[in-house]
Design a protein around this ligand. Structure first.
Ligand code: ADP
Length: 540
C-alpha cells in the first residue's frame, strides 16, 4: 500500500517562500567594506534574489543546472545569490577567496562555472584567475567603479522586471549548490548538494538539540559562506525567519564583538581559531561588550579545546556548542549537546563530553571501522568514522578516481579516526593523515593539542608526526605562548604526563610566533611537517 500524501518537493524555493511570506519584515544586516551598516528586509531580499535568478537566465542565458560561482565575503548580495540561483534552477558554487589563484582556476573550471559573481573589493584576486577559469560573464558586487570587463551587480538586477520572475518547479533531487573541500589534506574535491539534502539539513539544523535556531534568533555566521555551505545558516535562518547579520570583511575580534553587541546577536558560529582571538579580547576587557543576548557560539571545523569551552562559559557566561562536520556532510554531522544522561554527571565530566564531537544529527548514521572490521562503541577502540544519511555526499563531482571513499555498502569514509562512546558520543582522535603512528600504535594529536591548550601559558598548539628511525613516527608539539607568558618544553611535558601514557608525550616542543593556517583557518599541519620533518633526527 502506498502512502496517500502529496509529493511535495523539498527544495530551496520552499525555504525562500516561507521566509518571505511569513517573515517579510525581519532584517538582513551587513557590515560593508567601509564599516558602515546596510539593512534590508526579508521581503526585499526575496524579491532581489528572484530578480537575480531571472536576470542570470534572461540576460546571461543560463539554464537549469548551470553553475554560478561566487567570490564574496559574507553579505546580503552573497545571500541573494546563495538563494536566488537555486530558486531559479541554477547552482550556486562558492569559491574560497583565500585559496591560491591556481587552485581557484582549477576549481572554477572543473566545476564548469559559467558566471562569476565577485566583490569589487576582491578585484586584484579575481584578475589573478578569471581568465584561466573561463567564465563567460563576471559580475562585480559592491560600491565603487565597475572593473573593466565586468557587469555591475545592480545593473544586472535592474535589467529585469518583476514580470520576468517565474516561480519554477524544481525537482528536489536536482543540484542546488556546490562546494569544494578546502583542501586541508589534498586536492580540492567538489561536493554537489541537492535541494532535498539542503531542505532536510535545514530542518534538522533548526531543531533543539542540534543548532536550535528559531525566529527569535539573531544569527551572525562568522564562518564564511564559502566554507562548507556556511554550515547551512543562510538556509536555516531563511526558513525559520531568524535575523541574519553578516560581518562582511571585518572578521577581527573587535569588529565581531562590536557587531554581537550592537545587533543583539544570539547565535554565532566559526572555527576555533576565531574564538581563540575573541576569548583573548574578552579576557582582556571582560565588561567591554554587552553580550547578554549571545546564547550559543557554535564551534566546529577543528576540535574545540575543552579549555576554550570552559573559558567562555566560566569566565564570560557564553555557551559553546561543539559540532563536527565536513564539506561532504552539508556540513552538519554531529553536535555535542548533552542529553539528560550526561547532564546527570558531575560538572567536570559534562565538560569532557562537551569537548567531544557529540551525537549524530537526525538522519545521519555513524559507525567506525578498524583493521578487523567495525569497532565496538566502547569509547576506547579507534576506527575510521563512516557515515550515511540524507545529506551525505554519494560521490564527488567528476572524480571517478575517488570512488574508494565510499564503502561497498554505500557509507562515506570520512578519513577521521574516532572512538564512539556507548551513548553514541563521537570523539575525533585525529584525521587519518595526521595521526602519529608510533611503534605500531596510534597517538591522537587532537588529544595532545587539547591538553596543551589547557596549559595557562599556551595560546595555540599543534602536534605533528615526525619521522623516527626506531618508532617510525613520533609526536612533535609546535606551541605559541600567550603574550608575556613563559614555559619550557619540559614544563609542558610535565603538564601532559598525568593525562597520557608516557610514550604519547611529544619528544620535542618547538616554540613559534604563529601556527600557519589553512584557507578556512585550521592549523596547516602539512606546512609544519615540512618545516619540522628533520627535527626528531636533529634532536638525537
Ligand atoms: P578540509 O578537509 O579541507 O579541512 P572541511 O572543512 O570539510 O575541509 O573539513 C572537514 C574535517 O574537519 C573533518 O573531516 C574533521 O577532520 C575536521 N573537523 C570538523 N569539525 C571538527 C571538530 N569539531 N573536531 C575535530 N575535527 C573537526
Amino acid at each position: 500500500m502506498q502512502g496517500l500524501i502529496m509529493d511535495y518537493q523539498l527544495n530551496v524555493p520552499a525555504i525562500l517562500r516561507r521566509g518571505e511570506q511569513l517573515f517579510g519584515e525581519k532584517e538582513v544586516v551587513t557590515r560593508l567594506p567601509d564599516r558602515s551598516w546596510h539593512r534590508t528586509t526579508y521581503a526585499e531580499f526575496g524579491a532581489r534574489a528572484r530578480r537575480l535568478g531571472a536576470a542570470l537566465r534572461k540576460e546571461l542565458g543560463l539554464t537549469d543546472g548551470d553553475r554560478v560561482g561566487t567570490f564574496c565575503w559574507n553579505h546580503y548580495q552573497h545571500l541573494e545569490t546563495y538563494i536566488g540561483a537555486p530558486v531559479s534552477g541554477l547552482v550556486t558554487h562558492t569559491l574560497n577567496l583565500r585559496l591560491h589563484p591556481d587552485d581557484l582556476a582549477y576549481i572554477a573550471s572543473h566545476a564548469g562555472d559559467r558566471v562569476l559573481i565577485a566583490d569589487k573589493v576582491l578585484w586584484p584576486l579575481v584578475e589573478a584567475f578569471r581568465e584561466r577559469a573561463g567564465f563567460e560573464h563576471v559580475v562585480a558586487v559592491g560600491a565603487g567603479e565597475t572593473p573593466d570587463g565586468a557587469l555591475d551587480y545592480e545593473d544586472l538586477l535592474a535589467s529585469v522586471s518583476e514580470t520576468d520572475v517565474e516561480e519554477r518547479e524544481i525537482d528536489e533531487r536536482a543540484a542546488a549548490a556546490m562546494c569544494y573541500t578546502s583542501g586541508t589534506t589534498g586536492r580540492p574535491k567538489g561536493v554537489v548538494y541537492s535541494h532535498r539534502a539542503i531542505a532536510v539539513h535545514t530542518l534538522a539544523a533548526a531543531m533543539a538539540g542540534v543548532l536550535d535556531i528559531s525566529e527569535k534568533d539573531v544569527v551572525l555566521p562568522v564562518v564564511p559562506m564559502f566554507h562548507a555551505n556556511a554550515w547551512g545558516f543562510p538556509f536555516t535562518c531563511t526558513l525559520t525567519g531568524a535575523v541574519q547579520v553578516f560581518p562582511g570583511p571585518h572578521l577581527d575580534p573587535q569588529s565581531l564583538l562590536e557587531a554581537f553587541a550592537q545587533e543583539g546577536v544570539t547565535v554565532t558560529a566559526g572555527v576555533p581559531t576565531i574564538w581563540t582571538g575573541i576569548l583573548q579580547a574578552l579576557d582582556a576587557d571582560p565588561g567591554g561588550w554587552d553580550l547578554s543576548r549571545l546564547r550559543a557560539m557554535v564551534v566546529g571545523g577543528s576540535a574545540a579545546p575543552q579549555s576554550m569551552i570552559e573559558g567562555f562559559e566560566r569566565r564570560h557566561g557564553i555557551k559553546v556548542v561543539h559540532a563536527w562536520g565536513m564539506t561532504e556532510t552539508c556540513p552538519l554531522g554531529s553536535v555535542s549537546e548533552l542529553t539528560s544522561r550526561e547532564r546527570a554527571l558531575p560538572e567536570a565530566e559534562q565538560y569532557a563530553y562537551r569537548a567531544k564531537q557529540g551525537i549524530p544529527a537526525p538522519y545521519v548514521e555513524i559507525r567506525a571501522r578498524g583493521a578487523e572490521g567495525l569497532v565496538p562503541w566502547d569509547g576506547e577502540t579507534m576506527g575510521e568514522l563512516e557515515v550515511r544519511g540524507v545529506w551525505i555526499a554519494s560521490s564527488y563531482h567528476d572524480a571517478p578516481e575517488t570512488a574508494d571513499r565510499w564503502t561497498d555498502d554505500g557509507w562515506f569514509r570520512t578519513g577521521d579516526i574516532v572512538t564512539i562512546e556507548p551513548n553514541g558520543f563521537i570523539e575525533i582522535q585525529d584525521r587519518a593523515k595526521d595521526l602519529v603512528k608510533s611503534g605500531g600504535e596510534w597517538i591522537s594529536t587532537v588529544a595532545l593539542e587539547n591538553a596543551l591548550m589547557g596549559h595557562p601559558a599556551v595560546l595555540e598548539a599543534a602536534v605533528i608526526a615526525v619521522p623516527d628511525e626506531k618508532w617510525s613516527e613520533r609526536p612533535l608539539a609546535v606551541v605559541v605562548l600567550r603574550e608575556g607568558a613563559t614555559a619550557t618544553g619540559e614544563e609542558l611535558r610535565e603538564h601532559l604526563a598525568p593525562r597520557f601514557a608516557k610514550w604519547w608525550l611529544p619528544d620535542r616542543v618547538e616554540f613559534v610566533d604563529e601556527i600557519p593556517k589553512t584557507a578556512v583557518g585550521k592549523f596547516r599541519k602539512t606546512a609544519l611537517r615540512e618545516r619540522f620533518a628533520d627535527a626528531a633526527v636533529e634532536s638525537r
